[in-house]
Ligand binder design. Structure first.
Ligand code: SF4
Ligand code: SF4
Length: 360
């Protein structure tokens, strides 16, 4: 008989067994949602994954905050990229194990991979990126976390520096309660909006929607194309010119999404001519086949640590971290904004043209 922690599986309720299973593998919180507690948004529909599904299991894994600080201060890109890949891989492995274990117990179960997993039958999915099932909705409905102003999900003490994992199952699990507002990690400091070069989140406008009969609100999102353009690595210099993401792109970030699509088309063609980064890695996103993506931002997620003091410190670190310039050999140089501009202008014109459109 399957055992967890040396106990026979009939010694504990299934929910407790699942919780132990996940905690033993590094989860910091576990929760359960049902069709009823997930009722509402189409991307919260677990029957899309398994028609007879009854429940979804949500859990959170923590990112390494020391590695995040080195990333935000532009001391080290590779460490965070590796931490992100490793954690995503770990979550896929854990979810697979859990789904398999539940299936062996007689409950059809499927894991939802952590990212890059879209409803491709929807027209224009490459732009809107509708997830097969939203990890965020399951996490909020089950009380694993709550929405921050950015719409990212977080927890007190961790903020949004967590990775969510989800498994859908035909097992009938007792739902756990969503977090009450007073348990929210979000202080509405809105620093997440200030570090987004893409201006993806509105500072003032909200969206309100219902999930499982409960009303939730977060900032209005201005279109995922904005994040694809910036976090996808094609450009990174903030409009104020004072700091950048880890992307050496210096293309403009226009006001409208229509203009962004055009700007991104140009930037993607130039991106293909950039020398390879010193550490070769990256991944292919299903929405942009053939392009090796290096996620270069994630600032809205990484800035928010679940307490005002650390989040404010992260804001200072990001905005004083300088600007990235890519050298001819692919390596990166980080300089304060004015020196970065001067250094960029000192590079061969042919090289400059790979990163901007406004130079002759
Ligand atoms: S950075 Fe501030 S406003 Fe944004 S999600 Fe975190 S606490 Fe909320
Ligand atoms: S990852 Fe970067 S570009 Fe994307 S929404 Fe967050 S802050 Fe904006």
């Amino acid at each position: 008989m399957t055992t967890i922690n040396g106990k026979k599986d009939h010694d504990l309720p299934l929910e407790k067994e699942i919780e132990q299973f996940l905690l033993e593998r590094g989860a910091i919180k576990v929760g359960f949602a049902t069709r009823e507690t997930l009722a509402g948004p189409p991307n919260a529909d677990i029957t899309y994954i398994i028609p007879e599904a009854r429940s979804a299991i949500s859990y959170a894994l923590p990112f390494d905050k020391d590695i995040i600080r080195d990333y935000l201060s532009k001391k080290d890109f590779d460490g965070h990229e590796k931490n992100r890949f490793d954690l995503n891989y770990r979550s896929i492995k854990i979810s697979n194990e859990l789904a398999q274990w539940l299936t062996e117990k007689g409950y059809e179960s499927k894991r939802i991979i952590s990212n890059n997993n879209y409803k491709k039958e929807i027209k224009g999915w490459q732009a809107t990126m509708p997830p097969r099932l939203s990890h965020r909705y399951v996490a909020v409905a089950s009380g694993v976390g709550s929405f921050g102003w950015s719409g990212n999900v977080g927890m007190k003490g961790y903020g949004t520096t967590i990775l969510l994992g989800t498994v859908v199952t035909t097992a009938e699990l007792e739902p756990t309660q969503p977090l009450p507002p007073e348990e929210s990690f979000c202080t509405k400091c809105k620093l997440c909006t200030k570090v987004c070069s893409a201006e993806m989140f509105s500072k003032d406008e909200e969206v309100t929607f219902t999930l499982g009969g409960i009303e939730y609100t977060h900032s209005a999102r201005n279109g995922y194309v904005r994040c694809q353009y910036v976090c996808g690595g094609f450009t990174g210099l903030h409009k104020n010119g004072k700091f950048s993401t880890w992307s050496p792109g210096r293309f403009p970030i226009p006001e409208t999404n229509e203009e962004i699509y055009k700007a991104m088309g140009r930037a993607v063609r130039r991106y293909a001519t950039w020398p390879e980064r010193t550490r070769k890695d990256g991944y292919i996103n299903e929405s942009a086949p053939g392009i090796n993506i290096r996620l270069t931002c994630g600032f809205c997620q990484n800035i928010c640590w679940g307490n005002p003091k650390d989040t404010a410190e992260n804001y200072k670190i990001i905005t004083e971290s300088g600007c990235i310039i890519q050298n001819l050999d692919g390596s990166m140089t980080v300089l304060p904004p004015k020196e970065a501009e001067e250094y960029f202008r000192s590079l061969p014109k042919k090289h400059q043209k790979k990163y901007c459109i406004d130079r002759t």
